[in-house]
Design a protein around this ligand. Structure first.
Ligand code: PGA
Length: 231
């Protein structure tokens, strides 16, 4: 296990460090970037947007997308990425799983094939309070490729605040699998706030277990963790 743990208490400084890490990746020749959504990424994307960084010769691949939500829906992950990053900092090509595909399983297979062809230079990750990465919830085998997941009731409830009613919250998503994530050459995990303490402690000090998906990263040899938590 090789985790480069960087504890930075000041959030502005923490996210500036995140931008520096991404700039260093670009300067070192990285061209394929795995991206993430979620509240943790918003300050990072804000800083990237106001920086001079140029992704126009790079490709991006997002971790996940809801199934059955129109791309134009404000809560789709493609909408999130357009609004928070791509409109200001376009990539030469950006891919997310297509949540509108008529056959989600086939779409997951297409996405996995694509990921295998390009091999991500870099992957950005957040974590869930239960240790999920992407939509890989506890119990997901580490070997799983990109796949369709049924969202748990608690995840749907947690996300209901973004929709008019719980009935509108999608029941499924397509997510990169843990094995897909682990193929990235460098992984930057950002975990901010007390709610993430348990999951982050499991990664840094715990045993590897499918009950806490983020512990899969212990098998990777190039992980950077940015956090405001003393672990
Ligand atoms: P958050 O989500 O950044 O909104 O906390 C992270 C995640 O669930 O992966």
């Amino acid at each position: 296990m090789s985790i480069n743990l960087q504890v930075i208490k000041d959030h502005d400084e923490l996210y500036s460090r995140g931008v520096e890490i991404i700039q260093h990746q670009l300067a070192s020749g990285a061209t394929t970037f795995g991206l993430a959504t979620g509240g943790t990424m918003l300050p990072l994307y804000e800083k990237l947007v106001s920086s001079t960084i140029d992704f126009s010769s790079c490709q991006s691949f997002n971790l996940d997308e809801y199934v059955g939500l129109k791309a134009s829906h404000p809560e789709s992950y493609i909408s999130f990425m357009n609004k928070n990053l791509f409109e200001a900092k376009p990539f030469a090509h950006s891919e997310l799983p297509n949540g509108e595909a008529s056959d989600a399983q086939q779409e997951a297979e297409r996405y996995e094939t694509l990921l295998k062809q390009i091999n991500l230079d870099f992957q950005l990750l957040g974590i869930g309070e239960n240790g999920h990465i992407g939509f890989n919830e506890p119990g997901t085998p580490f070997e799983a490729p990109t796949h369709v997941v049924s969202l748990t009731e608690s995840t749907r409830q947690a996300n209901a605040r973004f929709f008019d009613s719980i009935d509108e919250v999608p029941k499924e998503a397509i997510t990169m699998g843990i094995s897909s994530i682990l193929r990235a050459s460098t992984i930057l995990l950002i975990a901010v706030g007390e709610k993430k303490r348990q999951a982050l402690t499991a990664l840094i000090h715990g045993e590897q277990t499918i009950d806490v998906p983020v512990t899969a990263l212990q098998s990777h040899d190039n992980i950077i963790v940015l956090t405001d938590l003393d672990i």
